[in-house]
Structure formats: structure tokens, C-alpha cells
Design a protein around this ligand. Structure first.
Ligand SMILES: [Zn+2]
Length: 84
């Protein structure tokens, strides 16, 4: 299982809303957590099928995006501030 991360973003590829973020960093008992509670969380875009991951980097998160075939889409990689 996994825990649910309370976070939404706009898909960097197709600009539709992405929610349903998950993480496996903690107890994986479907707890609701904030991005700051974990080191890595992820979701996929229901519209275009890309995969979006956020990794802690200092006090920010690095966003990585992968296409339908899990190919890295480096142009969408970005360091992001996530506010509480
Ligand atoms: Zn998308």
C-alpha cells in the first residue's frame, strides 16, 4: 500500500490538474500526509499518462517527469517550493 499526499499540481505536459499523489516512505497505511512529511511522492496524470515525481532537495522539491513509456522528460524537470 501507500500513504496519500495532500498535494495537487498542474501537469507540466498537458496542463490538466493532477492529484492522487502517493508515497511509500512511511507506514503505507493510507494515512494522509503533507509533502514535507516524506522524501519522495508521485502520481500520474490521468489525461496524458505522464508520471510525476517529487524528491526532497534541501528545503525544496525537485520535480521529475516521465512519459508514458517511462522515458525521462528532462525539459520538465524543475526545483519547486512547496508551501505548507
Ligand atoms: Zn498530463
Amino acid at each position: 500500500m501507500f500513504d496519500c499526499i495532500e498535494y495537487e499540481c498542474v501537469c507540466p505536459v498537458c496542463k490538466k490538474k493532477v492529484s492522487g499523489f502517493q508515497s511509500k516512505d512511511r507506514d503505507c497505511i493510507l494515512d494522509r500526509m503533507k509533502p514535507q512529511d516524506v522524501d519522495k511522492f508521485y502520481s500520474s496524470c490521468d489525461t496524458c499518462g505522464c508520471w510525476i515525481e517529487y524528491h526532497t532537495e534541501g528545503n525544496k522539491f525537485r520535480r521529475k517527469v516521465f512519459g508514458k513509456h517511462r522515458e525521462a522528460l528532462a525539459k520538465y524537470e524543475k526545483l519547486i517550493n512547496i508551501k505548507e
